[in-house]
Ligand binder design. Structure first.
Ligand code: GLC
Length: 570
């Protein structure tokens, strides 16, 4: 969530500024020519290291029962499309019973399926067919908070001496009746909700309908671990854990300090530095607890949603004694300044912070962030696809980015996002990136036969899977080629990374595995530029963002067209 986690991150621009202020020699110069050793010495055969993750927002992928909302059966019917892309795993945003105050991120039962999405039988059928295609399935796990309709919360709020009282975070108000501290909800307003029944406040980092669980209570941990096991036993291959760094807060609940740089055009949460409301030191033991549950089963993956600056992000890999997440989500591409020097520095910076056993990963978009095509335009969205799929580390794609879906205008009366409803007009509505997948040119883009819960993009007549499949130079076919190349060339999936160039509009790097060496050249500008292969090498273009001719020979120095990216093999 962009603004939501703004205070925790350094944008590339801020970092560049900081480097200049500190007079730091750019990393680029210092480490150019160095092959990252950690790429070469780790076991690389695990599926989540060489694979690609495809995120599905289930409400918007495919409706099968004409209620205008996507469902599990819809996903099942589209599995051939997903497998045909060449990705290795699907991550499905929450599908559990939910009053949908935050569209599934408010869970009322961790061990069931929301009727809008189908039944447990539908789920079992889906996972069976996912596995039959050689794909993996990752579910969303939302452990920081439940829905206020969860039976646990109903018990907890019933009386102060209820056995589940301590499962949530209850406190008296201050003597003047005001909330226990100054913490602000990520969706605006105080993070404390007064509850008349027992005369205390409860804490909610998000909506008041999403009370935070108390992870310091061992019964909570045991219940949540059992919920994980419930799905692991059904064959789920891993979890993306929602706001994992939020789970442990300051036990003394001290006030957060004000952010002196806060401007009122930002969401209210940004007015305070989130020093005490998340990421308390005991978080690593909690993450490790989940990791250990996953390790009771073979080859499962733990992915953490974490919006933190890179030096704090990488601590979530854990240590040898206390292993953490396999993949703490790396969102830096989402916030990067889209220039070659900024991207080069960001990649090198990330690589240099990774612990030896930490496997990298990259994310270009998700259901909380403005779509990549809306951020940098359609031309550069192709370059971004090439970057995502040729960097070292597991890539995560967001449904629809492969057809160039962009932000869809949402008229005020159609707004669904609770955050936009709470803090309207700041520009953080998440609906524009959650609109229905565009399959074909029929009504509602083939997503549903009924009016969808969010408007379909007006661009869908041309921008749909069917139309783009038939166009050899479409972004969809570019994605397919890039994914096929990543599958074919181990240098791309598990090879080492070496930056070649990151100045002007040219970003280039080399990926190597054993004797195979591939180079990637990206033109981030709208004019032609010259690119040069290292030493006196020449090569062959195996993929161009322009789509056409494959296997074209390139001399040592060659021209990249405007917005062109190429993968070159020696
Ligand atoms: C995560 C989810 C987001 C949700 C929030 C609260 O950031 O990605 O969609 O609103 O957590 O669960």
């Amino acid at each position: 969530m962009q603004a939501l986690h703004e205070r925790d991150r350094w944008s590339a621009a801020q970092r560049d500024e900081q480097l200049l202020v500190l007079g730091v020699t750019p990393k680029l110069a210092k480490t150019d020519g160095r092959i990252n050793a950690s790429g070469a010495c780790m076991p690389q055969n695990t599926w989540w290291k060489h694979g690609i993750v495809y995120q599905i927002y289930p409400r918007s992928f495919q409706d099968s029962n004409a209620d205008g909302i996507g469902d599990l059966e819809g996903i099942r019917r589209r599995l051939d499309y997903i497998a045909g892309l060449g990705v290795n795993a699907v991550w499905i945003s929450p599908i559990f019973p939910s009053p949908m105050a935050d569209f599934g991120y408010d869970i009322a039962d961790y061990c069931g399926v929301e009727p809008i999405f189908g039944t447990l039988e539908d789920f079992d059928r889906l996972i069976g067919e996912v596995h039959a295609r050689g794909l993996k399935m990752i579910l969303d796990f939302v452990p920081n908070h439940t829905s206020d309709r969860h039976a646990w919360f109903a018990e907890s709020r019933a009386s102060r001496d209820n056995p589940k009282r301590d499962w949530y975070i209850w406190r008296d108000g201050k003597p003047d009746g005001s909330p226990p501290n100054n913490w602000i909800s990520n969706f605006g307003g105080s993070a404390w909700q007064w509850d008349e029944t027992t005369g205390q406040y409860y804490y909610h980092a998000f909506l008041k309908e999403q009370p935070d669980l108390n992870w310091r209570n061992p019964e909570v941990r045991a219940a949540m671990h059992d919920a994980l096991r419930f799905w692991l036993k059904r064959g789920v291959d891993g979890f993306r854990v929602d706001v994992i760094w939020h789970l442990m807060k300051d036990p003394e609940l001290r006030d957060n300090p004000p952010d002196p740089n806060y401007k009122p055009d930002r969401p209210e949460i940004d007015s305070l530095l989130q020093v005490h409301s998340n990421g308390h030191d005991d978080i690593y033991a909690i993450v490790n607890g989940m990791r250990r549950v996953l390790e009771e089963f073979d080859e499962r993956v733990l992915i953490g949603e974490i919006y933190l600056p890179v030096e704090r992000l990488v601590t979530y890999y854990g240590t040898e004694e206390l292993p953490g997440a396999h993949l703490p989500f790396n969102f830096q591409l989402i916030f990067a300044s889209w220039t070659a020097p900024a991207l080069a520095r960001m990649i090198e910076d990330y690589e240099s912070h990774l612990p030896d056993s930490g496997w990298p990963n990259w994310v270009l978009g998700n259901h909380d962030q403005k779509r990549i095509a809306a951020r940098i335009g359609q031309n550069q969205a192709r370059v971004a696809a090439m970057l995502l799929l040729t960097l070292r580390g597991t890539p995560t794609m967001y449904y629809g980015d492969e057809i160039g879906m962009t932000s869809v205008d949402i008229p005020p009366e159609a707004v669904q996002d609770p955050w936009e409803k709470n803090e309207p007009g700041l520009g953080f509505n998440r609906d524009p990136q959650r609109t229905p997948m565009q399959w074909d040119d029929t009504s509602y883009a083939g997503f549903s036969t009924a009016k969808p819960w969010l408007p379909v993009s007006p661009l869908y007549h041309e921008q749909n899977v069917e139309a783009l499949s038939g166009d050899g130079s479409s972004i969809l076919n570019l994605y397919r080629k890039l994914i096929a190349s990543r599958r074919k060339h181990r240098a791309l999936s598990i090879g080492s990374f070496k930056l070649l160039h990151g100045e002007g509009n040219l970003l280039s790097y080399e990926r190597q595995h054993e004797n195979e060496r591939l180079m990637v050249f990206l033109n981030l500008g709208e004019t032609e530029i010259e690119a040069r292969l290292p030493e006196n090498r020449t090569g062959t273009v195996i993929v161009s963002t322009y789509g056409e001719p494959q296997a074209e020979q390139v001399p040592n120095t060659f021209t990249l067209r405007p917005h062109e990216g190429v993968v070159v093999s020696e």
